[in-house]
Design a protein around this ligand. Sequence first.
Ligand code: HEM
Length: 183
Amino acid sequence: MGRAMEAVDIEHPHGTEGRVLQHHASFFYQNKDGIVYPSETYRGLRNLSLGFFESVFAGIVINIGLSYSTTEGWITELFSPIYIKRIHKCKHGSDSSTFDTEGRFMPVNFENFFSKYARTWHMTQSNRNQYDFLGWIISKGEWLLLYRIANDSQGYLAKEAVRGCYDGSLFDYITMMKKAKNN
Ligand code: HEM
């Protein structure tokens, strides 16, 4: 259980210090109230150097798509807030299974998909569950978004960048590098 709360892999047996799984999304709530509003998703994406239209589009789609599953009652809320403490309810099908249904990090699945699919392009197709059209699209979207923000100069997505995406440390790293560059 202790390890399941950290993004560990063979090279990082202790994960990223001080991080738990919900930090994947916590980068986006800027006032630290545990709720992500579309404007915060937008701002977070902009901080990750995504363009204006892309960030507006992804901000709306992510919040509308995830908000309802994280609300406490039956009625959908205005402004589509995402409640981080219930973020695990947003898990969808056709993913890599690196997050389990309780939102924990599953190192074995992380290592599995890397050893199987590194340097190939068909991971998202291979993980597809039958007739799970929404999951297919969301999964493609997540990985494309990650590729957009984190591919290296040779066009590869490094394993460390992917691990950092799971625990959110990648997002902090990208903003830190951006700030350093601007200075
Ligand atoms: C640049 C921004 C983002 C990128 C690149 C990104 C990327 C990813 C990736 C690659 C996965 C793993 C999917 C898999 O294991 O197959 C994932 C999962 C997830 N992300 Fe994000 N994400 C971003 C922003 C967000 C935001 C803003 C939220 C919500 C506030 C969010 C919520 C989730 C959730 C709930 C999952 C679990 C889905 C599952 O495993 O079924 N993400 N994301």
